[in-house]
Write a protein that binds this ligand. Structure first.
Ligand SMILES: O=C(O)CCC(=O)C(=O)O
Ligand SMILES: [Fe+2]
Length: 346
């Protein structure tokens, strides 16, 4: 890890061990639901999974190779889609006034994974497809285990279990997103970082070796850095899981900022976005019913529009919005999940 001294505080996040979740360890599941209840952000210790850790290194090498190509080559993979293909930097709103985002992405959809071939045809993607698919399989498995344990802890059964909304028989917008935040001399004028937001879907499995990720602390007052840890993913709860858990599981507001005055090296991150089946409905904190796809499209439009109300970007998770979404309107009664000890109450 290229660790650097930070002026901003570090967030203290709980660590959940993937192998303990896999084996159904009861204490680990309790810790998991506590983490999702308290802040919706936690480390997932992957050190028991050599294959996944090795794939992370291979993915990074492939990303350096892919993003290092000339823009016109990468643009051959552009599909004007939020779900697959290449997208250059600067298409979304940035973290500060009058800025745009400072990252480019390559996305591989679950749809392509299930079909067994990518819709992108450049040689550079075709050469990496097997690795992208193998990695997607592992990230999908890890996120589905988390959903299973959360369903168990919340006493959900049958069609009400979270996994039921992520059944591959229903098309979804789940995808693997590879991000590069290019260093400053390759950045366009006003491009910088990643604006604050909550994630759209159910769970995000994020791998990043470099600093830059910040999350808003559960008191909604302070930004803290999420320390990059080798062999650890950072998992966060997205809007649709928060909504489907009726606010029990929190989706934290996060962003990516520069750690120096300028981005002094390329920053790479790998995000697997687990999302519900497109047509599956849920009710947001104000009682409005959305399908997963409607919510996805609504939020992506907001990410692109400079005038979007901040509440949309942050899934109504900023201070005051919390009060409105949870208590004043009264759709959700927040009771800690069964078995959660007092000290973890929000
Ligand atoms: O690049 C990162 O570390 C975070 C990216 C992120 O939050 C996102 O793509 O939703
Ligand atoms: Fe995010």
């Amino acid at each position: 890890m290229a660790a650097k001294a930070k002026a901003s505080p570090l967030l203290t996040l709980p660590t959940i061990r993937l192998n303990h979740l896999r084996s159904g360890d009861a204490a680990e599941s309790k810790k998991l639901i506590g983490a999702c209840w308290n802040c919706g952000f936690f480390y997932l210790d992957l050190s028991s999974d050599d294959i996944l850790c090795r794939q992370w290194e291979e993915m990074l090498a492939s990303m350096k190779d892919y993003f290092g190509q000339p823009l016109d080559v990468k643009m051959q993979d552009a599909r004007q889609s939020d779900n697959y293909g290449y997208e250059p930097q600067g298409t979304q709103v940035g973290p500060w006034p009058e800025t745009v985002d400072g990252y480019e992405t390559l996305k591989i959809s679950r749809r392509e994974f299930l079909k067994g071939s990518t819709d992108l045809t450049t040689a550079s993607v075709l050469a990496k497809t097997e690795l992208f698919f193998n990695f997607s399989r592992k990230a999908h498995e890890a996120t589905m285990i988390i959903l299973q344990r959360l369903s168990d802890e919340m006493g959900l059964a049958g069609d009400d279990r979270f996994e039921a909304f992520h059944n591959d028989t229903i098309p979804s917008l789940t995808n693997l997103t590879l991000l590069r935040y290019p260093k400053h001399n390759e950045l366009k004028g006003s491009s910088v970082g990643h604006n604050k937001h909550t994630d759209i879907g159910s769970l995000t499995f994020l791998l990043a070796e470099q600093w830059g990720l910040q999350a808003l602390s559960p008191d909604q007052e302070t930004w803290g850095f999420v320390e990059p840890r080798s062999k650890h993913a950072v998992i966060n709860v997205g809007d649709s899981l928060r909504f489907s858990s009726m606010g029990q599981l929190l989706s934290a507001v996060h962003r990516v900022i520069l750690i120096h005055e300028k981005q002094d090296e390329d920053r790479y991150s790998i995000a697997y976005f687990l999302r519900r089946g497109n047509d599956t409905p849920f009710r947001d904190g104000t009682g409005t019913i959305w399908t997963a796809k409607e919510w996805h499209d609504f939020k992506f439009n907001a990410f692109r529009a400079p005038t979007s109300p901040m509440q949309v970007l942050t899934g109504m998770m900023e201070k005051n919005d919390l009060t409105t979404a949870r208590h004043a309107i009264g759709h959700w009664t927040l009771v800690p999940p069964p078995g959660l000890c007092q000290t973890t109450a929000r």
